[in-house]
Design a protein around this ligand. Structure first.
Ligand code: PGA
Length: 239
């Protein structure tokens, strides 16, 4: 696991963009994508670049349960707005949060990923260490499933909704085991609210209480940080 410190979130996002370009140049076809505040700058860079995804596949990490894909706060809409409407892919996949058939939806999503193995996975990280919506306590071999969001995640995400009551309490999420199958992983973490979870990840302590610590089991993970997220580990980083 490589921790890389940048002077700003913008500079870290620029590096993520360059790694995507490099992976594409080396033949990557399928990109695992994340939502939330963290990748917004990366998506802005991609939108204004000349990168062409028309032969690529996009597979997103997660989607809220109970939100129709047309709901403005659905991750389907987030992806349309932030990337897909400007940079069309050959095909894009995101769990259908309005499908009540959990077994069918999760099995279908695993099959999609089996058919299109992820070459490069972009991740954010929750303040509680979640990756995708895999909250603390999730087994490291988990597959795509219906997950209950923790109070801290609901709290963190309420900024996008009119009130806390409107924040969905469940989601479909790619599993930790599914994420670990990606060939290469880039995790972005920005801002002081991520400093403690990044310090925990850096400590090397592997525990299901910290879902991101599962990434220590993967051989190609880059953690791109801004100074605020790197607050407690800055002195220990060489770059
Ligand atoms: P954020 O969320 O990018 O909005 O901080 C990250 C996450 O929950 O994975």
């Amino acid at each position: 696991m490589h921790f890389l410190l940048f002077e700003s979130a913008q500079a870290a996002s620029q590096k993520a963009y360059e790694l995507i370009q490099e992976a594409k140049f080396q033949g990557a076809q399928t990109f695992g994508l994340a939502t939330g505040g963290t990748p917004e700058q990366l998506y802005a860079i991609l939108r204004s670049s000349d990168i062409d995804f028309s032969d690529s596949y996009a597979i997103n990490l997660d989607e809220y349960i109970g939100l129709d894909p047309t709901h403005p706060q659905s991750y389907a809409q987030y992806m349309q707005k932030n990337l897909f409407s400007t940079k069309p892919f050959k095909a894009t996949y995101i769990p259908n949060g309005s499908n009540p058939d959990v077994a069918a939806e999760t099995a279908a999503y695993e099959k999609i990923i089996e058919d299109h193995p992820i070459d490069l996975q972009i991740l954010g990280i929750g303040t509680n260490g979640h990756i995708g919506f895999n909250e603390p306590g999730t087994p490291f071999d988990s597959k795509t499933s219906l997950v209950d969001l923790t109070a801290s995640t609901i709290q963190a995400n309420k900024r996008y909704f009119e009130s806390e009551e409107e924040v969905p309490t469940q989601a479909y999420s790619m599993g930790i085991g599914t994420i670990l199958k990606a060939k290469k992983i880039i995790l972005l973490a920005f801002g002081s609210s991520k400093a403690q979870t990044i310090a925990d990840l850096f400590s090397g302590n592997i525990t299901i209480d910290n879902p991101a610590s599962a990434l220590h089991h993967h051989h190609d993970v880059s953690i791109l940080l801004d100074p605020e997220a790197a607050l407690y580990i800055k002195d220990k980083l060489k770059n």
